[in-house]
Design a protein around this ligand. Structure first.
Ligand code: DCP
Ligand code: MG
Ligand code: MN
Length: 348
């Protein structure tokens, strides 16, 4: 049901999905690994249900779907029979509700939201008033100011329209640039939470995209396409940089503020970056899992062999390994023995 043009509400199991989504959100907003794991499990179940063409009518129906266990099947039956889920009521405490609202502010995670709650803040207005001595960062202030816009998803046509303004401006800086839109847009989704744009440049003539991002950002501000910066790259001239900001359609009255990310990568990492930033996140997780099963390691820079990690601090690499593939998505998937999948098929 996630395909463009297919109405989400056309899902035969939409009522079940909505309740499970609420349960997912509750678990996600809570601290602790067990809640995180549960949220992950529910997100997988929701995906299964979305792609299931038939109405589920019994515990057996539910359990026939690979990945749905007895506990979840029982919950699904409760929703079918009573139209409700008791679990939702007692999980829905004030702190969960309030911190969920706070986490809708750009860049605010669990710990910040809980800290504000413990400082006595209960509403967005409390935060704006600095209640309990709460101080917002510059990005959080922007996140609060455009709270509704940022939490709204845009129609893919709007993402496409904004991108079609940006691409020629980028190419006017250097016609050899590779400029592509990734994320949910590339997967063909009917609506997008943000616009994810990659910029790189082939190096056959010895040149790179060095310096392009800062010039592009300036031009986009001048053209009234970019409206606010949320996170600037440490060094925009680095060949690998990330920018996060807000943009809108200029010259359109009442145009909403939309989230936009720019990512620059060295040409040799283009495929790995495309793969990672096209997602979706569950697809990425299964690709990383596949790589690990084969003794490899996959990230947004490439597929590596022989990576050795510190036994205590897994984030530290004691051996960086050697790269097996990184320039194209095809090379990476081939080594992983995963049949080629078009972006719109990359939902697991
Ligand atoms: N990504 C990931 N893990 C994360 C965040 C991102 O694997 N924790 C990857 C997969 C995403 C891609 O980056 O598809 C882009 O991230 P977005 O947050 O922009 O997600 P999408 O574009 O997929 O969805 P949305 O329409 O909500 O922006
Ligand atoms: Mg996105
Ligand atoms: Mn993004």
């Amino acid at each position: 049901c996630d395909l463009p043009g297919v109405d989400r509400n056309g899902c035969p199991n939409q009522d079940i999905i909505e309740k499970l989504q609420a349960l997912h959100d509750l678990h996600k907003a809570k601290p602790g690994d067990e809640d995180k794991w549960r949220a992950f499990t529910y997100s997988k179940v929701i995906r299964l249900l979305r792609n299931h063409p038939k109405r589920i009518r019994s515990i057996q129906d539910a359990q026939k779907l690979k990945g749905i266990g007895l506990k979840t099947a029982v919950k699904i039956m409760e929703i079918i029979e009573t139209g409700d889920l008791r679990r939702l009521k007692y999980e829905n405490t004030e702190s969960v509700q309030v911190t969920r609202v706070f986490q809708g502010i750009y860049g605010v995670g669990q710990s910040t939201a809980l800290k504000w709650y413990s400082n006595g803040c209960r509403t967005l207005q409390d935060l704006a008033n600095g209640k309990g001595g709460v101080k917002l960062s510059a990005a959080q202030k922007i996140g609060l100011k455009y709270y509704d816009d940022i939490n709204d998803r845009m129609p893919r046509e709007e993402a496409g329209a904004i991108f079609s303004l940006i691409k020629p401006i980028a190419l006017s800086i250097d016609p050899d640039l590779f400029v592509e839109i990734m994320g949910s847009y590339r997967r063909g989704k009917a609506d997008c939470g943000d616009i994810d744009i990659m910029i790189t440049r082939p190096t056959r003539d010895g040149k790179t995209h060095e310096g392009v991002l800062s010039r592009l950002l300036q031009k986009l501000h001048e053209a009234d396409i970019l409206t606010e910066d949320l996170a600037l790259p440490e060094d925009p001239d680095d060949l690998e940089a990330i920018y996060r900001g807000l943009c809108h359609l200029p010259d359109k009255k009442g145009a909403k503020q939309r989230r936009i990310d720019f990512l620059t990568v060295p040409w040799k990492n283009k495929g790995a970056a495309l793969l990672y930033y096209t997602g979706d996140d569950i697809f990425n997780r299964s690709m990383r899992w596949k790589a690990n099963q084969m003794g490899y390691s996959l990230n947004q820079r490439g597929l590596y062999e022989g990576v050795v990690r510190d036994t205590h601090q897994r984030s530290i690499k004691t051996n960086a390994g050697t790269v097996l593939a990184s320039e194209t998505e095809q090379e990476i998937l081939k080594i992983l023995e995963v049949p080629w999948q078009e972006p719109h098929e990359r939902v697991r």
